[in-house]
Design a protein around this ligand. Structure first.
Ligand SMILES: [Zn+2]
Length: 126
């Protein structure tokens, strides 16, 4: 896979950042997503076959890790300082967690695809 696509002209971080912006990790200009999380078969600008990359569980894992580390300290602080009513907490925290998770996930998936592109991984390695 990806033969003929040299990654020597950019760094791993460049690929990750380009992916995070939901752009092609190779050229940085084309789009690689068709919708929320589905990848296009190829980059719309340079035809890099980014659609072959299967990020699988990495994006959800990283998203849960980040969102959890963001939400839990705030939750504990609010509980300790303000002691809001239970119904308020049972409404606020799950809603905020869901909203943040769904907001962050597509960008993390892009970053994961960018990293995998740079490492020349397809997601089916054994
Ligand atoms: Zn491209």
């Amino acid at each position: 896979m990806n033969t003929g696509y040299s990654r020597d002209s950019y760094t791993k971080l460049t690929s990750i950042v380009r992916g995070f912006k939901r752009s092609c990790p190779h050229c940085g200009h084309g789009k690689i997503f068709n919708g929320y999380l589905k990848l296009l078969n190829t980059c719309s600008n340079c035809d890099a076959p980014t659609g072959e990359i299967r990020a699988d569980d990495l994006p959800p894992y990283v998203t849960i890790l980040l969102v959890g580390h963001f939400i839990v300290p705030i939750l504990l602080y609010v509980e300790a300082e303000y002691r809001p009513e239970l119904w308020m907490q049972m409404t606020l925290w799950p809603s905020l967690t869901l909203l943040l998770t769904l907001t962050v996930l597509p960008f993390i998936k892009g970053a994961a695809v960018g990293l995998m592109w740079h490492l020349n991984l397809k997601g089916d390695e054994h």
